[in-house]
Write a protein that binds this ligand. Structure first.
Ligand SMILES: Nc1nc2c(ncn2[C@@H]2O[C@H](COP(=O)(O)OP(=O)(O)O)[C@@H](O)[C@H]2O)c(=O)[nH]1
Ligand SMILES: [Mg+2]
Length: 376
């Protein structure tokens, strides 16, 4: 048997050393307390532990499946030391508990501010990913600036953050930089009605010459609806059944300032319908702006799905309709922040041309922040 003496300060330290030196099969043979002189001229005596431990290499080979010797050889002084360790551990636990209580007290007193911020964010009913982002941002700003937060300050910080998120996202009405203005979206959202409103704005306000193209050849009534508007503006209309028709019509209207393109509302959950739409209204040499028209009476989950279906059409911006038919505009913020696309217009009624509101970043933020008279 190999035997060794260990002089240590605690039982835990002893067990560690024995295990390291003699391996896991070591047995404690004896423990005793000693006093060691420390300090200046050895005036102070420090209590230490002396542990005799050993290991039998042969026994290890014979009974390799027995539990470690530490568990079987427990002397009374060892028990006493174990008791000491347990007492020490309990002391540490007590300290930790006290610390936890202190921390708890701190969070209780500190953030009425933080509570205000988080409540504000949740009341805004923005998408969860944005609330999480904003909570992190506001908390770190609050820690850094350690400012006494008034409610107005919270609003200011939220506004600043959202404004920074909108950098590079374009809002506002038609610029007339693009000759082709294409409206796509599901059936009945108000594409044709909105085209009439946009054309009125172009003709009456900006004195532009306009022409119309429709690819909605599935319903006679849809063609007649657009023809009525075209007649009012003394503008030409071409009905296109194929990609060739479409190319020819665009070339025919090349000298007009703006060509409005109305598209069919079909079941866009069917991918082939989107494929067909994109192949008929293929890119031309003229710059085109494509608006995805969405009705605010739809559920936001459906809007997200529609957006995904229409990505093939290279959506530039949103155009939201029927704000007059809902009191819940949460979808507006959700769609813009999620898909990083701005809004050109919102429409708030069936009247042509008046029920059309151009959307600026400021107006959009007012909607998100739920300020009064946000969209007028
Ligand atoms: N309340 C309300 N109705 C609208 C608005 N825009 C369009 N509509 C109506 O929605 C219906 C469908 O419009 P239409 O332009 O034919 O939709 P399209 O199928 O997308 O071309 C019509 O009755 C429109 O008058 C709006 O902003 N508010
Ligand atoms: Mg239509």
């Amino acid at each position: 048997m190999k035997v060794k003496k260990f002089t240590v300060n605690t039982m835990a330290e002893g067990l560690e050393k024995i295990r390291k030196d003699l391996g896991p099969d070591a047995m404690i043979l004896q423990t005793k307390k000693t006093k060691k002189a420390t300090g200046f001229l050895g005036l102070f005596k420090k209590e230490q532990l002396e542990i005799m431990a050993g290991v039998d290499p042969e026994a290890k080979q014979q009974k390799s499946d027995q539990p470690p010797a530490f568990q079987t050889q427990t002397s009374s002084s060892e028990l006493e030391n174990m008791q000491q360790i347990i007492t020490q551990l309990n002391e540490v636990k007590g300290l930790m508990k006290e610390k936890r209580n202190n921390l708890h007290r701190q969070t209780e007193t500190v953030p009425t501010d933080v509570k205000t911020m988080i409540e504000r964010l949740h009341n805004m009913e923005l998408p969860a990913f944005l609330i999480n982002e904003m909570t992190d941002h506001l908390l770190s700003r609050w820690y850094k600036e350690s400012e006494q937060l008034r409610d107005s300050k919270v609003t200011e910080w939220i506004e600043e953050y959202l404004t920074s998120k909108l950098e590079g996202i374009s809002f506002g009405g038609i610029t007339f930089n693009n000759k082709l203005i294409k409206l796509v979206g599901p059936t009945g959202v108000g594409k044709t009605t909105t085209i009439a409103k946009l054309a009125a704005e172009a003709v009456l306000k900006h004195k532009k010459q306009v022409a119309f193209i429709t690819t909605d050849t599935y319903r006679i009534a849809a063609i007649e609806q657009l023809r009525t508007y075209a007649d009012i503006f003394h503008a030409p209309l071409e009905v296109c059944y194929s990609a060739e028709d479409y190319q020819q019509a665009v070339e025919k209207f090349a000298h007009y300032d703006v060509i409005f393109i109305d598209t069919a509302g079909r079941n866009y959950r069917l991918e082939e319908n989107i494929k067909e739409l994109s192949s008929v209204t293929k890119a031309t040499d003229f710059p085109t702006e494509t608006f995805l028209v969405l009705s605010l009476t739809a559920k936001v989950e459906d809007m997200k799905e529609i957006y995904e279906q229409f990505t093939r059409m290279d959506i530039d911006r949103f155009l939201f309709t029927k704000i007059d038919e809902t009191s819940n505009l949460n979808a507006v913020g959700e769609m813009v922040f999620r898909f990083q696309k701005g809004i050109a217009y919102m429409t708030n009624g069936q009247e042509v041309p008046e029920d059309l509101k151009e959307m600026t970043k400021e107006k959009f933020l007012n909607i998100v922040l739920k300020k009064d008279s946000a969209y007028v």
